[in-house]
Design a protein around this ligand. Structure first.
Ligand code: SF4
Ligand code: SF4
Length: 331
């Protein structure tokens, strides 16, 4: 049985961080955060993250500590590093250095059932320890987003994100294509060409790097979401997080505040679905996810999320942690 610490106050969690033995031994620490898409107002509080950042610095003043994230798969205000850093700063994350881990491309690590290799942000290898701060909320496809998703989607490069979301190549919406040729000149595999109507088309040479999705000025290149269903996506997320957790040591803070139906990647305001609950801390990713979901279910019986227990079962079967937990309330 794993221990989960619960508090309504971030200061109590910061005290745990300050005394954490693993942090004291770490050489370079990444604090994984989602800065929120432009237009989102319910992303994780920068003041909370700052308190954790200061606690880490107090725990180990000799280590390098950065806020870390990767660029988004879709086109938005976090698609490239320059825009992403601007959005992060506008959202209040200007108190610590930020490292966008896939700024310099991909790095491959060993995979699992669904993937031979996992494609993660290249800079991830520079860190020996991660503190995963996750906003617990719903997710349009996976049903629930917490620590497992934050590790998997959050540390994967764009190529890795596309791998999880889809089994097939991106698709071009010919009605939106303005025939600028940018995707053709930038595709690293030479997979895109103009069809007889002078509209871009993706051929069989596609290696799924997702670069075209990010650079098309007309947003004409789409992720084929329907090739993977919600349950499969959940399993693929666990596969990625399994590989990453084997690759580097991680601990977890789940924030159960501003709980919305969809994730912080949406570029619009969302309403809170329930009253704020507080913060959970654990060294066991499966336990903290199970506990978070139990909290959310308890407080909101009508939660319109998919059945996501299969994610936690799969993660437990892989040996990533224990669904059984003991909750210790910090007072
Ligand atoms: S970049 Fe977009 S608009 Fe330009 S040719 Fe490719 S699909 Fe069409
Ligand atoms: S995903 Fe990458 S390889 Fe495939 S068509 Fe787009 S740019 Fe080319």
């Amino acid at each position: 049985m794993s221990v989960i610490y619960f508090s309504k106050e971030i200061e109590e969690i910061a005290e745990l961080i300050e005394s954490n033995k693993l942090i004291k031994k770490a050489r370079q620490i990444g604090i994984k955060v989602h800065f929120g898409e432009k237009g989102c107002v319910t992303f994780i509080s920068p003041d909370d993250v700052k308190k954790i950042y200061c606690a880490v610095k107090k725990a180990n003043n000799n280590t390098k500590v950065n806020l870390v994230e990767t660029n988004s798969l879709y086109r938005g205000a976090r698609t490239n590093t320059e825009e992403h850093l601007k959005t992060a700063k506008e959202h209040g994350f200007d108190f610590a250095p930020i490292d966008i881990l896939d700024s310099d491309g991909d790095y491959e690590i060993d995979g699992n059932k669904n993937f031979k290799k996992l494609k993660i942000g290249k800079n991830t290898e520079n860190y020996d320890f991660f503190i995963i701060i996750s906003h617990v909320k719903g997710h349009i496809m996976a049903g629930y987003g917490g620590a497992l998703k934050n590790v998997a989607m959050g540390l994967a490069s764009r190529k890795g994100k596309l791998d999880m979301h889809s089994r097939i190549s991106p698709k071009i919406n010919t009605k939106k294509c303005e025939s600028c040729g940018k995707c053709i000149s930038e595709c690293p595999a030479g997979a895109i060409f103009f069809d007889r109507n002078n509209k871009a088309e993706i051929g069989s040479k596609c290696i799924g790097c997702a670069h075209c999705i990010a650079i098309c000025p007309s947003k004409a290149i789409k992720i084929p979401w329907n090739s993977v269903n919600g349950r499969e996506l959940g399993e693929r997320i666990v596969d990625y997080s399994y590989g990453l957790i084997k690759f580097r040591k991680m601990i977890y803070i789940n924030v159960l505040k501003n709980i919305t139906k969809d994730c912080d990647c949406l570029d619009k305001e969302q309403k809170k679905e329930m009253e704020d609950i507080g913060y959970l801390f654990s060294e066991d990713v499966v336990a903290i996810e199970q506990a978070s979901f139990d909290f959310v279910k308890k407080a909101l019986n009508k939660l319109c999320l998919l059945d996501i227990q299969n994610q936690f079962d799969y993660a437990q079967n892989l040996g990533m942690g224990n669904k059984k937990y003991e909750l210790k309330e910090l007072v």
